[in-house]
Design a protein around this ligand. Structure first.
Ligand SMILES: C[S@@+](CC[C@H](N)C(=O)[O-])C[C@H]1O[C@@H](n2cnc3c(N)ncnc32)[C@H](O)[C@@H]1O
Length: 194
């Protein structure tokens, strides 16, 4: 049981943290061009980011560059698929997928990152390419949070053909593997087909 004074102290502390975050968070995103084979993508991102509030998702990571290079050369595996992306960051991998897939659900746990992710999804919501009508959506998903996952699964109850993530932590893959036994999973270095 939390006493009234403890609750006030916690609230004050949270307010301080909010102040600090807004003071230190850089949201001066630049529209940046990326080329993967014949695909040129533009999205908003930073060139560097702070790890203090886990803002690693504000920029495009080398893993995403490699993953997108691989996907652009093997786009046939994406054709007509529904995709769940984990740790999307600014969304560069999901955006490339959306050129070929029928549905891409981008996810991240960081609220600040989700803001720029949504902006990039808007930018590409009606984009050209072989699949201009793909369904694109951002959702909050903290790995291992069954409420977050439950909400996504309730909304997309036919599941996903593909679950992927670039430059995310490999130790969580066991859980994902367990939750989605009928999916194909791709990460930077591995492809699992089950
Ligand atoms: C290294 S960045 C990679 C971002 C993007 N996939 C890329 O390659 O450019 C890791 C991403 O995973 C997200 N992330 C880290 N821990 C997470 C967690 N526990 N649950 C959900 N997302 C997480 C971060 O917010 C960040 O967007």
């Amino acid at each position: 049981m939390v006493s009234e004074s403890d609750r006030e102290a916690i609230e004050e502390e949270e307010e301080d943290i909010v102040c600090l975050e807004s003071f230190f968070i850089n949201d001066d995103y630049q529209l940046t061009k990326f080329t993967f084979g014949s695909h040129v993508l533009e999205l908003y991102c930073l060139q560097s980011a702070s790890t203090d509030f886990d803002l690693t998702g504000q920029l495009v990571w080398p893993g995403a560059m490699l993953m997108n290079g691989y996907l652009s050369e093997n786009a046939d595996i994406l054709q007509g698929c529904s995709v769940l992306e984990l740790g999307s960051g600014v969304g560069i991998t999901g955006v490339l997928c959306s050129k070929f897939c029928r549905k891409v659900i981008f996810t991240d746990h960081n609220d600040e990152v989700l803001k720029i992710l949504k902006k990039n999804i808007e930018l590409h919501g009606h984009s050209s390419g072989p699949n201009p009508s793909a369904e694109l959506e951002a959702a909050k998903l903290e790995w291992g949070n069954s409420d977050h996952l439950g909400e996504i699964l309730q909304k997309h109850n036919d599941g996903f053909d593909l679950i992927l993530g670039a430059d995310i932590y490999i130790l969580m893959f066991d859980n994902i593997f367990f939750i989605y036994p009928h999916s194909t999973m791709i990460d930077l270095t591995f492809i699992y087909t089950v």
